[in-house]
Structures are given as structure tokens and as C-alpha cells.
Design a protein around this ligand. Structure first.
Ligand code: BGC
Length: 734
């Protein structure tokens, strides 16, 4: 006998009898059976957990690996402990929680998105998931897919760019790779946590259609493709309501419209009430960062006082149990301390970094550098030490440790905002790649000395860098630290100057037209120095393409001033989170671009960026021909890509749709690998949601009848082929 009960739009089964066979194959039936056997205390225990670093060692759950968090299970029912680690760029080890422990550091999210290659995302996810399991973790807080709306965002380096289709596709692959290790992945931060300034207090005010067509669509696609067992709700408010107790986001969109069956865990310190459990939140994590024990002591009181019904607790527990069955977490107990093949995993990080490097400019074919180069000077603060990584919870202590680990400037109040240099140093990589050249190094602090050394060398390579971190947005988009003047001086002294940027965001380049070659290497991870050298030498033909627009200046941005920047909230707010200050006033964040994020805004406003979304050069060149568009049923686009240069290499042709009076949108891409002279037909089937507008009144995606222009492009501003096609009206479920 089964009866369907419904809570907040969710239907679930209350099973009274479940056969052994059903229990083995049906995660819902299994979850129900376990739930029925649990005491109330055991249930409540599953709904909350601490951040162990904030507990004295004696108070931590014995025998579990120390990472971002844990939730205690029920051993008598084989309900596993959930042992959690951050995540997106590898198994993080913030503040050396596990002393001396290292992990393979993947390149940053923006580097991954620059590959436009879901296979790279999957391989990286599988690799870091394997390391997590070997170290004793079965939950990875991996899968950051907030859209890059502002190039000052402190966490953009963790995310996957400005386009919902690209970001959603990449995160889905990353998650499926992680979960292939029988661990739970957690897509985050749901939703619209697109800046750090005011992240715990600000409210994003956006109409529903704009949300659905942008940030929410990235999550929707990521969830469809990756099937993450968990979603992490964000710190901020949306429409005035905190994301972790937002019934619109958690119940209406995520569960009712998308049919999501996993569980929602809070971000660390993002819970504000016990009643959140009736509004879609299932688990309070990092509870010692919250003001109160909302999902433990206070939840018991709320149940007793009738403010929270028992069915809400049962629903949340059932969802968490189900996730442990669908992923295999319950059936594959952790066995920490397994050996890790760091050599093999480093090769995964190297391949990802090589594919993520974007060749932004290459005037006169300066790159690749000839093997006959006799003298190369490498200039830049830390090229001899390692590569830069971004700060915050994603911080991975790389294999080999950090060569230098400093506090961030502005974020100095936050002890965990660390500026770390590790992995292979660019200088070592360059020396290995050019064994017959004399390679010298200067830190660049003495600009005239750097210019003199550049003048004396055949080639000058400047490694520029800009730090970015969680909890601390950048103040502007300049490279900073006098590096613009250094680059100007070096490029004036040597016409063969190459600038390699290690950045977590787009930056301004007042010197762009004076420097013949520019590479964006992002934060390139464990083997970053080698990856940079391989692109410089031509061992690797660069194939990265920008997943974000590089604006010419802040004046081009929808918000020339970062929302909340006036109040200097980033620092104060972060202090508030950690109990150092209180009484900050909430403020609203309004994004004038709505769903036209990034290149769409530039297209709508007719603005010329410094470098457009999708841009990326190669050492060969590609030509597109034979465009064919069929519009019946699903829109299908076919065309031929030919390598018309002299080197083998992959290309990333991009397909956009342009509708009258609307900004262009990316509807697909391909990544064919082609030998010189080779041609291949590629075909792209458009996801109708990218062609559609969301109608919030009818809750439908609506593809309007009419003429659609299809463009095949090298970037958002460089179109090679065009064709018009007619589409008939179509509506789709949300
Ligand atoms: C971050 C999350 C992270 C969590 C646990 C929070 O500050 O926003 O992304 O997973 O901490 O470390």
C-alpha cells in the first residue's frame, strides 16, 4: 500500500511494504525503508553538520577526514557519514587542515571553460573525485556555475564563464566525472551569487524571465547533464528572500519545474531559520558559521511547537538517503589513505591547462618561438617560484607544496584568503622547452633593469598576474602592481615581447597594441609552467577560446561601478560573517543586462570589447564553408571546417542565433581536431531553450515564429558564415 503525500509541491511515496528486490534496485524504496527504521534523533543528526576546522580537534567526529564539513550517519543502518571536501579545482586543504597533505591542483574554472571541451571537464572531475575518495571524502563541493556578470568578481576564476549553455555543459561533464567515483557532487551556488561584495546580505532583484534565461539555465543544463546528487544554495537573497529559504528557487524552479530529486545543502553559514526546512532546504552545513543551531536544537523545538511539521524532516532525510543510494556512497564505504598516482593525475592537469590557454594576440607570427632562440629573458614577480592560484575555499595545496604563500592585500582580515604559488614554475618550464637557449630571469621590480635585459635578449617574456579570491571582489579591472608600466617598458625595448597573463578575471590592457603576443593562461594549476612553455614553443597548438568578454574599460560594463562597492562592504561584510562586525544594511543588486550577460550585452549596446567572448587564435587557421540550416522540429546547423594552415590543431567554431531586435546568443559549438588541409563537416542541434524567451506568466519557454539568423563564427564579433531560417512557434515546459 502506498499513499502519495505532498509537501511544498513535492510528491513522494510513503511505503509501508517494500520487497528486498525493490530495496536493492529502487533508491526511493530503499530510502523509505531506512527512514522508517530511523529514530528521530538519527534523522535530525542527518540534517546538520559543522565545519570541523572551527571545532577543537577533540570535538570532531573521530575517524573522518578533515575537510570543509561532515554529517554524521547511522552506522547500525549503514547510513554513511557524509565527509565533505572543497572541490572544484581539486581536493582543497585550506589552512593546511590536513598538515602536509597535498592534492593535484587543476587549472581554474575559467581555464576549464576556455577549453570548450566537455571531455576535459569530465576527465578533471574523475581525477579529483578519485583523489577525494582516496583521501576519505564522499562528498565534493564541486560544480560552481554562477555566471560571470562582472569582471571584478572575486570568484569568477572558480566559475565557467558568462554563457549559460557553455557553463552548464561544462559543469555537467565535470560533475559526471566526479560522481563516477561514487561520491556526491554539489552544484553551487544556487542562485545568482555572482559577486562577493555583500554576498551574505545583498538581494539580487531580477525578473523571472531574465533569471530563467541566464543563471538558472546554466544550473538547469548542468543538472540535466551531470545529475548532481546535491545542490548548494547560495548566501545571497533573491527577490529579498535568502536563497537557502527561497521557495521559488528551491521548490518551484528546482523541484517542481526541473523535477530535481537530490537534496539541497546550505552554503556554510547561509541558514537563517529552522523553517527553511519547509521552504526547500534539507541540510544545514558549516552550522558553526550560522548564528544559531537552526537544524538541530532549534529544529527539535520548532517541531515540538508545531512550527515545522514532521513530514518536512522526513522529506529532507529521505532525499539525503536517496542520494547516498543513487550515487553508491552508501554501498561503497570510505577507506581513507589509498595510494594516489600523482604523476598520472598531474598529466590530466597538464592537458587541461594546455587546452585552456588562450592565444589572444600573435602579430607577425611571433609565436611559437623558434627553437633556435639563443637568449630569452623571463620577467615577472614569481615566474621562478610557481604559478598563482586563486584564494578561498577552493584553494588546493598542490603536489610539491607552496613555494610561497601570502595573505591577500585587501582581504587581509580574512586569514583564509591566501595567495599561493606552487606547481611547476613558468621559468622551469621555459628552460625545459628551450634547452639550447640562455634563459635568464628578473623579477621586474626594477623596471629600467628589466627593459635593459629585454633589449639585450632575443625574446622577452613577461609573466603578468592578478590575484582574485572568494570573499573579496577586485576593485577594478587593471592588472595592477605597476605591471602595465613594466610591460610598456619591456615591449618598447624588445619588439619580440610576449605577455603571459595569470589572471582570475578579464583585465584591461592599455599596452595591447604595442605587444605582439599575448596569452591568457588563467590560474593554470599543478603543471601550469609546463603548459605555458608548451604553448610558447609550439609543442602544443593553442586552442583555448575566451568564455568571457574582456571589456575595454569598466565604462562598458552594465554596472560601471560594482554594486555595493561604495559601502566597501566586501571587507566589512566578510567580517560580519565571521562575527567580527554586525549591523550592515542589506542592499539590492540590479543587473541592467538582465539575461543579456557578457557578449550579449556588448552586442545589444554595440560596444567594442578589448577581446570578445569566443576569441582565441591558433598557430594554424581555419575556414568555414557549406552552411546548411534545417529548421523543422529541432534547429540543426551543419557546416564544414577546413584547416587551411600548416600545423595540426583543434578549432572551436561557434554557432550563434540572432533574432530581430535581440542580442545574439550562442547555440552550440564543436571542437574538431584537424590535420593541415583536412576538412570535416560538423553539426550542431540547438537546445530550443536558447532560441526561446521565457514567459513567466504561462511558465513556458516560447520560441517565436519568424526569421532567425544563424551565424558561424570565430568569436562573438568575427562571423564567417550567415544564413536565415524560418522557425515556427513552439512552446516548451519550464
Ligand atoms: C563557499 C562554498 C564552500 C563552503 C565550504 C563557502 O564559503 O561559498 O563554495 O563550498 O564555503 O568551504
Amino acid at each position: 500500500m502506498r499513499k502519495t503525500i505532498s509537501l511544498a509541491g513535492i510528491a513522494f511515496l510513503s511505503a509501508t511494504t517494500v520487497s528486498a528486490q525493490e530495496r536493492a534496485t529502487n533508491p526511493d524504496a530503499r530510502a523509505n525503508a531506512t527512514l522508517r527504521a530511523m529514530s528521530q534523533e538519527e534523522k535530525i543528526r542527518m540534517l546538520h553538520g559543522p565545519m570541523p576546522s572551527m571545532l577543537p580537534p577533540g570535538k570532531r567526529l573521530p575517524g573522518v577526514a578533515i575537510g570543509a564539513g561532515y554529517v554524521e550517519g547511522t552506522q547500525r543502518l549503514r547510513v554513511p557519514n557524509l565527509v565533505m571536501t572543497d572541490a572544484s579545482l581539486g581536493v582543497s586543504n585550506l589552512n593546511d587542515l590536513r598538515p602536509g597533505d597535498v592534492a593535484t591542483a587543476l587549472p581554474s574554472g575559467l581555464s576549464l571553460a576556455s577549453t570548450w571541451n566537455p571531455d576535459i571537464a569530465r576527465q578533471g572531475g574523475a581525477m579529483i573525485g578519485g583523489e577525494a575518495r582516496a583521501k576519505g571524502f564522499n562528498v565534493m563541493l564541486v560544480g560552481g556555475v554562477n555566471l560571470v556578470r562582472d569582471p571584478r568578481g572575486g570568484r569568477n576564476f572558480e566559475y565557467l564563464g558568462e554563457d549559460p549553455l557553455l557553463a552548464g555543459t561544462m559543469v555537467g561533464s565535470q560533475i559526471s566525472g566526479v560522481q563516477s567515483n561514487r561520491i556526491i557532487a554539489t552544484i553551487k551556488h544556487f542562485a545568482l551569487n555572482d559577486q562577493e561584495t555583500g554576498r551574505n546580505i545583498a538581494s539580487v532583484e531580477m525578473d523571472e524571465a531574465a533569471m530563467r534565461e541566464s543563471d538558472l539555465l546554466a544550473f538547469q543544463i548542468g543538472i540535466e547533464k551531470g545529475d548532481p546528487a546535491s545542490v548548494m544554495c547560495a548566501y545571497n537573497r533573491v527577490g529579498g528572500v535568502f536563497a537557502c529559504e527561497n521557495p521559488f528557487l528551491l521548490n518551484d524552479v528546482l523541484r517542481r519545474d526541473w523535477g530535481y530529486k537530490g537534496f539541497v545543502m546550505s552554503d556554510w553559514g547561509a541558514v537563517h531559520s529552522s523553517e527553511a526546512i519547509t521552504k526547500g532546504l534539507d541540510q544545514q552545513n558549516g552550522e558553526n558559521l550560522d548564528a544559531k543551531p537552526y537544524f538541530s536544537t532549534l529544529l527539535v523545538e520548532a517541531l515540538a511547537g508545531g512550527r515545522v511539521p514532521q513530514v518536512a524532516v522526513d522529506t529532507a532525510v529521505r532525499r539525503i538517503l536517496r542520494a547516498t543510494y543513487t550515487t553508491g556512497v552508501a554501498d561503497h564505504p570510505l577507506a581513507p589513505g589509498q595510494a594516489i598516482d600523482y604523476e598520472a593525475n598531474g598529466a590530466v592537469a597538464l592537458k587541461a591547462a594546455e587546452e585552456g590557454i588562450v592565444l589572444l594576440r600573435n602579430e607577425g607570427g611571433v609565436l611559437p618561438l623558434a627553437q633556435t632562440a639563443r637568449s630569452i629573458v623571463v620577467i615577472g614577480g614569481t615566474a621562478d617560484l610557481g604559478v598563482l592560484s586563486g584564494g578561498g575555499s577552493s584553494h588546493v595545496r598542490p603536489v610539491g607544496g607552496f613555494k610561497k604563500l601570502g595573505r591577500a592585500g585587501r582581504g587581509a582580515a580574512i586569514t583564509w584568503v591566501k595567495r599561493g604559488y606552487g606547481g611547476t614554475p613558468p621559468l622551469d618550464g621555459i628552460r625545459r622547452a628551450f634547452p639550447s637557449a640562455a634563459v635568464t630571469y628578473l623579477d621586474g621590480k626594477d623596471v629600467p633593469a628589466a627593459a635593459a635585459a629585454a633589449k639585450a635578449a632575443q625574446v622577452a617574456i613577461v609573466i603578468g598576474e592578478k590575484f582574485a579570491s572568494e570573499a573579496d571582489d577586485n576593485v577594478d579591472i587593471s592588472l595592477g602592481q605597476g605591471q602595465d608600466a613594466l610591460i610598456e617598458a619591456v615591449s618598447a625595448a624588445n619588439p619580440k615581447t610576449v605577455v603571459v597573463l595569470q589572471v582570475g578575471n578579464p583585465v584591461a590592457m592599455p599596452w595591447r597594441d604595442k605587444v605582439p603576443a599575448i596569452l591568457a593562461a588563467w590560474y593554470p594549476g599543478q603543471r601550469g609552467g609546463d603548459a605555458i612553455a608548451h604553448v610558447l614553443s609550439g609543442k602544443v597548438n593553442p586552442s583555448g577560446h575566451l568564455p568571457v568578454t574582456f571589456p575595454a574599460s569598466e565604462a562598458q560594463l552594465p554596472n560601471p561601478k560594482l554594486p555595493g562597492a561604495d559601502a566597501q562592504l566586501a571587507d566589512k561584510e566578510t567580517r560580519a560573517v565571521y562575527g567580527l562586525a554586525a549591523g550592515l544594511k542589506p542592499f539590492n543588486i540590479v543587473y541592467p543586462e538582465g539575461s543579456d550577460v557578457g557578449y550579449r550585452w556588448f552586442d545589444r549596446k554595440g560596444l567594442k570589447p578589448l577581446f570578445p567572448f569566443g576569441h582565441g587564435l591558433s598557430y594554424t587557421s581555419f575556414r568555414y564553408s557549406d552552411l546548411k540550416v534545417t529548421g523543422k522540429g529541432k534547429l540543426k546547423v551543419r557546416f564544414t571546417v577546413t584547416n587551411v594552415g600548416a600545423m595540426p590543431g583543434p578549432d572551436v567554431p561557434q554557432v550563434c542565433v540572432v533574432r530581430p531586435g535581440k542580442a545574439k546568443r550562442l547555440i552550440g559549438w564543436a571542437k574538431p581536431m584537424l590535420a593541415p588541409g583536412a576538412a570535416r563537416e560538423v553539426s550542431i542541434v540547438a537546445d530550443p531553450r536558447v532560441l526561446a524567451d521565457f514567459d513567466a506568466k504561462t511558465r513556458r519557454w516560447v520560441v517565436r515564429a519568424g526569421t532567425y539568423r544563424i551565424e558561424v563564427s570565430h568569436s562573438a564579433t568575427e562571423t564567417a558564415l550567415k544564413a536565415d531560417t524560418q522557425l515556427s512557434r513552439q512552446t516548451l515546459a519550464p
